[in-house]
Design a protein around this ligand. Structure first.
Ligand SMILES: [Fe+2]
Ligand SMILES: [Fe+2]
Length: 405
């Protein structure tokens, strides 16, 4: 998973362009066109109708995206002749882990999926479908990027290249599993179409590292929290997909550990003032994106027995603590002022969304949005400029990153 970092536009000419044209997700049933070894799910008891409902993902600033990068620079970074910091022994060990493929037979569906989907009704059904669509797109985004990196680095660094290929295997499997989850709702994302139709914003390699590391670790914690039992509440069992999350977490955690090893091999991306500024920027982007997204879907989280804001703050704090082991600076998310700022952003975002849904003329809508967007930007800036926490050290990074609980 590598695509949750979507919100804020950094001030640089190499940064991704947001607000890309609307794209559709075909709802016509189609096979996922992925060449990695996605586990073919067994047939379910109910065959989906060929005439599936049309379904279009609402594209917004918060929608997961696909990315591309400077593959030539990547080749230089992973050339063992040029970069003496590459710890090939560590990469070999990681490769063996990936080759073991612990979850080869994990993502197998059963008839509970269709039965659970049929029982889901009303807004919760819609929100759950959106959750599947967004997660599937994000997983598929990781698949595309890792697959290309696996291909491009083959000559320069076969070990690193193979790890990328095996990570793309995992992401393909996750995306395929989520897409099959959509088929229970008579929907499917046409991933082949998405691959061709979507724009691929450009991210420099160092930004790919920051964003992917954060996304992988954040995703681990997010999905892990879905299956945690909130104090005093029965274990969540709204949908059978949550039963698969524990092993899923292990996959994503391995991905995060790999990015941690990659960054240790590139100390130039971690040890100067620019790295500190970018680290804080990427943290803020991931946290705000998640918080605003989830606060738009409180019914979903409350439907599975979680308090949205508490749940998100928990994930943000844990992600931040994990990230602090490798990033040179992180945000002070445990300062109550940080949460107050996030809450104000949610309020502003809700007002912006309400304007979009009103019957006003487009020009009037745009005019009404101006002060709100300015307020949102000012909150973002204030959160970014809060005194940070100095953290991480390439020297001190000799640890085995692991799930924090
Ligand atoms: Fe994944
Ligand atoms: Fe991943």
């Amino acid at each position: 998973m590598a695509a949750e970092m979507t919100l804020v536009k950094p001030i640089s000419n190499v940064t991704p362009k947001f607000g890309s044209p609307r794209m559709g997700s075909y709802s016509k049933f189609s096979t996922i066109r992925m060449s990695a070894t996605a586990t073919p799910p067994p047939s379910t008891s109910t065959k989906p109708s060929k005439k599936a409902n049309k379904n279009v993902i609402k594209e917004s600033l918060l929608t997961p995206r696909f990315y591309t990068t400077d593959f030539d620079e990547m080749e230089t970074l992973f050339n063992t002749e040029i970069n003496k910091n590459l710890n090939q022994e560590e990469f070999e060990a990681l490769l063996q882990e990936f080759k073991t493929d612990y979850n080869q037979t994990h993502f197998v569906r059963n008839k509970e999926f269709k039965e659970a989907a049929d029982k889901l009704e009303g807004p919760l059904r819609q929100i759950f479908v959106e959750f599947l669509e967004r997660s599937c797109t994000a997983e598929f985004s990781g698949f595309l990027l890792y697959k290309e990196l696996g291909r491009r680095l083959k000559k320069t660094n076969p070990v690193v290249a193979e790890i990328f290929s095996l990570m793309s295997r995992d992401e393909a499997r996750h995306a395929g599993f989520l897409n099959k989850g959509l088929s229970d709702f008579n929907l499917a994302l046409d991933l082949g179409f998405l691959t061709k139709a979507r724009k691929y914003p450009f991210f420099k390699p160092k930004f790919i590292f920051y964003a992917s590391y954060l996304s992988e670790k954040n995703w681990v914690l997010e999905i892990h929290n879905h299956i945690r039992t909130p104090p005093g509440q029965p274990r969540v069992s709204m949908f059978p997909i949550f039963k698969y999350f524990e092993n899923w977490c292990q996959d994503e955690n391995r991905h995060g550990d790999f990015f941690s090893a990659l960054m240790k091999a590139q100390p130039q991306f971690l040890n100067d003032w620019k790295a500190k500024l970018w680290s804080r920027f990427f943290c803020l982007s991931v946290y705000v994106t998640m918080y605003l997204n989830d606060c738009q879907r409180t019914d979903f989280y409350e439907g599975i027995g979680l308090n949205t804001k508490e749940f998100d703050m928990h994930v943000i704090i844990e992600t931040n603590r994990t990230t602090a082991r490798i990033f040179p600076a992180v945000l002070d998310v445990e300062n109550p002022e940080f949460k107050r700022k996030l809450d104000r952003m949610v309020e502003i975002n809700q007002k912006i969304l309400a304007i979009g849904e009103s019957d006003d003329l487009q020009l009037v809508k745009n005019l009404k949005r101006i002060p709100l967007v300015a307020a949102l930007v000012s909150e973002l800036l204030a959160a970014y400029l809060m005194p940070p926490i100095e953290s991480g050290s390439v020297d001190l990074a000799e640890f085995e990153p692991q799930l924090v609980y």
